[in-house]
Design a protein around this ligand. Structure first.
Ligand SMILES: [Zn+2]
Length: 521
């Protein structure tokens, strides 16, 4: 109490009289407290008096990163706390101020949020099927143990956590009054076999850490926050995927309940054992009016941010994809007897087609085109290939661009086949539309990135995410965090403490400035 009572008032009489220590006045000036209007000064005096009278010590807050409006808002909230709550909050603030001063003295970088998140990710990686390797498949006992730890961390962060009927972990932090519509923050907590620690888990634990930070500062917002750990994004155990996020969006396909894993264990039985309820999946669905938007933080799983030396990037959309199987027919014949000009070589034609696909891929800015497999028949060293089969995978965040490119490629293939006397048959094996991130969320995330001192780089996602399913419910936005060499689905997956810290600061800044009215939901 002696230490607490020694703290100067914010925007108080000492500040007005110029009698603060150099550190205190620099801090107060940094938050703009020296530029208060007369009304704001008066409001601070009123609050200072009310606070002193109620708690017996002055209001203390680490002002770094806050402006005077944030401070006034926190002040007005905290003056309503019980003496016990407020004593704890004040001690937490003293701790933060002390840490910030120590960092200033020692020159140590201030990555406490990022470091805490990295520590949690390490601990979370111990929920695995085999020690030393991270494998956490959907609805396994290690998934259950991870869910229980997540719920405990949610409780610590001031949330009420639960497992919904579809096996998602859902934690709720009320807004400035109970029952308000929620900003959803989530990703998945299932992994592939021999996974990295960050894919999915990063976005979930970042959400919990952001709420913990709000709760520690007694910040309540004009909306609720729900953090969701989806269960079935990777689709490794059962021949289905995104069932958790589809359940939330109300688009769960009941056929999933009938599938089984490689050991013959049924989806429905596994879900029941996990604590979900296959007969009540519909109860997991959220109504559009109870949610405002969905935001997912995820590692990039690609090399763009690293190549551009950026810690984070704002996702514009998740690529739509087309896949084709192309069959080229020629004439198989003796490799020694048929002159070059009389041949109909299916593989040579396919090779020219592969290069045409690559050329089309290079034409669009965000378009990627890949031939990943090719086969020649009969496949003998001394036989001219009579047929060739290859695949095309085409992705873009822009469906119209992808369709135009598909059409152009098909035209190229026919022209090449015609010139070479070959037949070509194209079968489309897959067609999924792009998921667009909401322009309002792209804008608000970009502003948050900019306020954290980073050039907002917008980029599409080449990989699928839970956000694709949640887009059926509400506007979605995503923030990518740089990962080393773009590697994922691999134990070598890595991010830095600095980037984790930056991501946390962007997320918190986004939450604090979040304006649901600008989304048109
Ligand atoms: Zn993922």
């Amino acid at each position: 109490m002696v230490v607490l009572r020694a703290h100067p008032d914010l925007a108080g009489k000492l500040a007005l009289a110029g009698e603060l220590t150099a550190d205190s006045s620099a801090e107060q000036a940094g938050a703009g407290l020296d530029r208060c209007t007369a009304e704001e000064f008066a409001r601070f005096q009123e609050l200072n008096d009310a606070y002193q009278a109620k708690f017996g010590f002055p209001f203390i807050i680490a002002v770094r990163g806050l402006d005077r409006h944030d401070i006034l808002r926190a002040f007005e909230k905290r003056v309503g706390n019980t003496p016990d709550q407020e004593f704890q909050t004040a001690l937490g603030q003293v701790e933060r101020i002390a840490l910030l001063r120590l960092y200033q003295i020692t020159g140590q970088p201030q990555h406490d949020l990022g470091q805490a998140l990295m520590d949690r990710l390490e601990e979370f990686a111990t929920f695995t099927a085999e020690p030393g390797v991270l494998t956490r498949l959907f609805l396994t006992k290690e998934h259950k143990a991870a869910a229980e730890r997540l719920i405990a961390w949610m409780a610590e962060a001031g949330m009420t956590g639960r497992i919904d009927a579809a096996g998602n972990v859902v934690g709720r932090y009320e807004g400035d009054r109970p029952g308000l519509p929620a900003l959803l923050i989530g990703s998945h907590i299932d992994t592939v076999r021999n996974a990295g620690k960050y894919d999915g888990n990063f976005g979930v634990l970042a959400g919990v850490a952001a709420v913990a930070e709000l709760n520690r500062r007694a910040e309540r917002l004009p909306f609720a926050i729900e953090v969701i750990g989806f269960g079935d994004e990777e689709g490794v155990r059962f021949p289905v995927t995104l069932t958790g996020s589809r359940a939330i969006a109300g688009t769960f396909d009941g056929a999933a309940l009938g599938v089984a894993d490689a050991d013959g264990i049924g989806y429905a039985d596994a879900l029941r054992a996990f604590g979900g309820d296959p007969d009540a999946i519909a109860t997991a669905a959220r109504r559009p009016e109870e949610v405002l938007a969905y935001v997912e933080l995820h590692i990039e799983q690609g090399p763009v941010l690293e190549a551009e030396d950026l810690g984070v990037g704002v996702v514009t959309g998740i690529n739509g994809a087309s896949r084709f199987i192309v069959r080229v027919g020629g004439s198989a014949n003796h490799a020694g007897t048929v002159p070059m000009k009389l041949r109909r070589d299916a593989l040579a034609g396919a090779a020219e087609m592969v290069l045409a696909v690559e050329r089309r891929g290079l034409e669009g800015t965000d378009l990627v085109a890949t031939v990943g497999r090719i086969e020649a028949l009969p496949g003998a060293v001394n036989v001219i290939p009579g047929s060739a089969v290859f695949t095309i995978d085409l992705r873009s965040p822009d469906d119209a661009a992808r369709r135009a490119s598909s059409a152009a490629i098909l035209g190229d293939l026919e022209a090449i086949a015609g010139r070479r006397g070959l037949t070509v048959n194209v079968e489309q094996s897959h067609d999924a539309p792009a998921t667009l991130c909401a322009p309002g969320l792209i804008a608000q995330l970009s502003e948050a990135v900019g306020r954290c001192g980073v050039q907002p780089r917008k980029l599409p996602s080449g990989a699928g995410h839970d956000a694709m399913a949640v887009a059926g419910l509400c506007p979605v936005g995503m923030l990518f965090t740089r990962c080393r060499e773009g590697i994922s689905h691999n134990p070598a997956e890595a991010i830095t403490v600095e980037d984790a810290d930056l991501s946390m600061r962007v997320l918190l800044d986004f939450i604090r400035h979040f304006d649901p009215t600008a989304l048109g939901h």
